[in-house]
Design a protein around this ligand. Sequence first.
Ligand code: BG6
Length: 469
Amino acid sequence: MGYRFPESFLWGGAVAANQVEGAYDIGSKGLSTSDLTPQGLLGPIVERTPGDACIKDVAIDFYHRFAQDIALFAEMGFTVLRTSIAWSRIFPDGDEAEPNEDGLAFYDRLFDEMAKHRIQPLVTLSHYEMPYSLVKKHGGWGNRYTIDCFERYATTVFKRYRHKVKYWLTFNEINMSLHEPFTGVGLPRDSSRQQIYQAIHHQLVASAKAVKACHDIIPDAKIGNMLLGGILYPLTCKPADVMKCLMQNREWQFFGDVQVRGAYPSYMGRTLKDLGITLDISEEDLHALKETVDFVSFSYYMSGCSSADENEIAKARGNILDLIPNPYLQSSEWGWQIDPEGLRYLLNVLYDRYQKPLFIVENGLGAKDKLEADGSINDDYRIQYLNDHLVQVAEALEDGVEVLGYTSWGPIDLVSASKAEMSKRYGFIYVDRDDKGCGSLERRRKKSFYWYTDIIKSKGEQLRSVAEE
Ligand code: BG6
C-alpha cells in the first residue's frame, strides 16, 4: 500500500486492429501485410488465394462486437483505450485519390462508442500493417512514394476524427523493422541493411510529416512515437560488454533520438559507415524531420543482456531480438524474461534522455489460462506480473519521471502478433476461441478483471509493494 497515481493518469488497455477486428475483407477493406502472415509475423509470408482461412480473418470479431467489449472496459474504469486504424480500411490499395467511406464510418462508430463511456482513444496510425498493394506494386517503405501515401492517409484521419481523437501515435514499435523488415517496412526478409535503413529513413520522414499534419489539423492533440523498449544490460562489467551494450541500446534509441530531437544523432555517422551504408537523404527530408513528437511511448515486456563474447552471442541466435538471457531473471512460458525493475530503469533512461512525457502503451503477460469447470479463470500469475510492473511505474513517478498513462497489452484476449496464437492470452477478459479458430467467441471476466478494476478505482493504492509480498 502507499502508492497513489496522479489524478490525470490515464488507465486502460491496448489492442491493434489486425489482432482484434477480424472482418479482413469487409467494408471494402484492402489486404494488408498482416493478412499475408497467417501464422504471425515470425511465420512465412504467403500470397492469399480465395478460400484460404487465417485466424486473423475473424480474430475476436471486435469489428462487430466492439460495443460489448468497450462496455466491459468501461466497467473496469478505463479512461483510455489504445487501438489502431487499419490503413487498408481507409485506403484499400494505399494510394487511391479518395478514402473509403465504409472504413472511415467504422472508426466513427468505434470512437463514438468510446466517447459514450468517456474513454479517450489513443490511436496508432500503423500497427504492424500497411496496404499490401503498396508493397507489391511499389516496394513498401523502400520507395519514397509511400511517404506521400502515408501523409495522405494521416491527413485524412486527422481531419475526420479531429473532434474525437486527441492522442495519436505514428508507427508501432518502429525499431522492430531491424528485426522483421516485412512487417515493419514492407521489405523482403532477405533485404540488405542498406535497403532496410533506407526504408526506415523514409518511414521516419513520414512519421515527422504526420506529426506536422497532426499539429496543424488538431492543435489541441498530442502525438507521440512508439518504441519497442528493449532495454539491455551488460552481461558482465567487462568494459567490452559495457561498450557493446551502449552500442546495442543505440540501435533502438536511434529511432527515438530522431523522432524527439528532430535530426540524426551524431553516433549514426559511424554506425552507418561501419555497416557500409550510404543513405539517400534530401534537404527536404532533413527539414521534415525537424517536426518532433509531443511524448514518447513504448512497449515493455522484458529486458535482455548484451555481450561482446561470441559464445554468448551465439546462444541468443534464433530469438527474434537476439537477447542474451539474464541469469538473474525468470521467464514466461514463451521464454520472455520477466523484469519489473527494468520498467523503472527504462522509464528513467528515457526521461533522462528526452525530458518528454512518457506513455507505457504495452505491457503484459502472455500465458495459457485454464477455464475452470465453474467458468472462472484464476489468473493470479497475470495479477502478479502486472502488480509488480505497476509498482515500478509508481517508483518511477516518485523518481520524478513524467508518465501520462498505462495501457496494458491485450485487455481482452486477442491473436498474438508473433505466432498468431489465441492460446497466448493477455486479457482481463477471456475470449472463447482456440488456436484452430474454434469457439463461441463468448467473453468472460477473469480474476484479473476484478483486480484491475480495484487498481484503477483506487488510483494504484491497492498495489502490493515487494515488501508486502
Ligand atoms: C508487441 C506488439 O511487440 O508485442 C503487439 O506491438 C504484440 O502487437 C505484443 O501483440 C505481444 O507479442 P505477442 O507475439 O505475444 O502477441
